[in-house]
Design a protein around this ligand. Structure first.
Ligand code: HEM
Length: 466
């Protein structure tokens, strides 16, 4: 469907085809195009926040940019976030915004659909995130996390946190997303999937043999083969994992999702969950390892839920207890404020629009920046200080709703955000009631911010059993 307008509402049902803009189309907006061909890409990738700060200082909150071969604009601050994400006028296409990064490996994932079609798919997928389904994922998370934390503690006090949590997140996703089917838990599935995720952000965008993109494309082929074979059986069986839920999910008219839709949504969901969860849990643990006082507060909070009716060996966080961890909730929010897992969010305008006193043509590539907004000192005093109390009810009062947007907002707001809170809380619950985690005095990891933040040294930590 390519019609740009829907007569009944005057709003588009799907984005129209648009030409890519050149430097001239945006010449009236303050900003710079940078070097020939590469534009500002190298500066921006090396240190995205320093680059954004420098552009903001020079040109203000609306500026023109030239990144990864695309001429576009960046709109900064909570008002810009609201305008672009809330998008009441259906001005912005997520499909076209994300296409340069995700289209080859994750085509037709939920974030790559727009408007009416997006709404229809989002509704169908939401069955996999209802409370009954979430309870069953939490059971899996409890089991997987508890077992892994014990193993880490047994392995000795020094270990690299980032690769360890990345592996754990992948293994947990294998169970809650795919189920207990041993043949889909093979090294091969893991490898294929990891190759797809890595390829999504690789600089060489063509699948030339030997490149990461080539391995990603091969991985996608393999996943399609393996998952396709499974679908007929899962349509009949009653599995509680996300894959099985999608096999039985239907659209409003009662028709089941097609096999291709199921595969595209599954691959996208696994990608959307994997690096974001890994990144957010790594930054949370880094802040807690540095701030022993907050670590102890969270430990006390978690220990307070343990009633003693469960044996030490089997204690688990129940779904009903998720709301009883307000300090953990605030600490997780604060970690994602300082280090948002998705530092910037792209869109493309399907029609011309005005914002901040400027006029933008149809087809403008637009970027907003959770990273910049989350560190604006007039909203977040001393923005680099880890202070979860910023998220108390009192401190949050009067703050702009789009000043904190790690999960986006509006129609495309993260569908897995409750899953993310659940996994983070379950992890903190099991880790902090069993171990004390620390880093040497004065240590600060060097963070690679783009495309998804991670500590370059893997975050070496010290784990002491308690
Ligand atoms: C801390 C962890 C996570 C963060 C920070 C995060 C962040 C985001 C953001 C910023 C978006 C919106 C992007 C946009 O508007 O263009 C998004 C969308 C999405 N996320 Fe997450 N995410 C996380 C975890 C998860 C998990 C665990 C899942 C699945 C279980 C998931 C599934 C999705 C899906 C399906 C979308 C697309 C929604 C739509 O287009 O309607 N995410 N996420």
């Amino acid at each position: 469907m390519t019609s740009a307008t829907l007569p009944a509402t005057g709003l588009p049902t799907a984005p129209p085809p648009l030409r890519r803009l050149g430097a001239k189309d945006l010449a009236h907006i303050p900003g710079e195009t940078g070097w020939p061909v590469v534009g500002n890409t190298l500066r921006a990738v090396r240190d995205p926040l320093a680059f954004t700060n420098a552009m903001h200082a020079k040109y203000g909150p609306v500026y023109r940019n030239h990144l990864l071969g695309i001429h576009g604009v960046t709109l900064l601050g909570p008002q810009a976030n609201e305008f672009v994400l809330f998008d009441q006028q259906r001005l912005f296409s997520s499909t076209m915004g994300w296409a340069p990064v995700l289209e080859r490996l994750f085509p037709r994932g939920l974030m790559l659909l727009d408007f009416d079609e997006h709404r229809m798919h989002r509704k169908a997928l939401s069955v996999a995130f209802k409370s009954g389904a979430m309870k069953s994922y939490l059971e899996q998370l409890n089991r997987g996390i508890e077992e892994r934390v014990r193993r880490w503690i047994k392995g000795g006090p020094q270990f690299l946190f980032y690769p360890a949590i990345k592996q754990l997140t992948l293994d947990l996703a294998a169970t809650s997303f795919i189920g207990d089917e041993a043949h889909l838990h093979s090294e091969e599935v893991n490898r294929a999937f990891v190759a797809m995720v890595a390829a999504a952000v690789t600089p060489v965008r063509k699948p030339i043999p030997g490149t990461q993109m080539y391995r990603g494309v091969q991985g996608r082929k393999r996943i399609i083969e393996l998952f396709s074979r499974e679908i007929p059986r899962r349509r009949e069986a009653g599995g509680e994992d996300i894959f099985s839920q999608l096999c039985r999910a239907s659209y409003d008219d009662g028709s089941l999702l097609s096999a291709q839709d199921i595969i595209d949504h599954m691959s996208f969901l696994m990608m959307a969950a994997h690096d974001t969860l890994t990144s957010s849990m790594t930054s949370l643990i880094w802040f807690l390892a540095k701030d022993q006082k907050w670590q102890q507060r969270l430990r006390n909070e978690a220990a307070g839920l343990y009633t003693g009716t469960q044996s030490e060996r089997t204690r688990a966080l129940s779904y009903e207890q998720l709301g009883d961890l307000p300090l953990t909730d605030m600490a997780f929010k604060e970690a994602m404020r300082i280090i948002p897992p998705v530092p910037s969010i792209p869109r493309r305008s399907v029609r011309a629009f005005d914002f901040g006193g400027y006029h933008f043509p149809a087809g403008t590539q637009v970027s907003i920046s959770p990273l910049f907004t989350h560190r604006m000192p007039d909203i977040w005093p001393e923005p680099l200080v880890f202070d979860p109390i910023r998220f108390s009810e009192e401190a949050s009062r009067g703050r702009h709703k789009f000043a904190w947007v790690p999960f986006g907002g509006g129609a495309h707001m993260c569908l897995g955000l409750h899953f993310a809170y659940m996994q983070a809380k379950c992890f903190v619950y099991h880790l902090l009631t069993r171990a004390k985690i620390s880093v040497p005095e004065g240590y600060t990891p060097d963070w690679q911010v783009w495309p998804i933040p991670k500590p370059r040294d893997g975050l070496p930590v010290h784990l002491a059993p308690i």
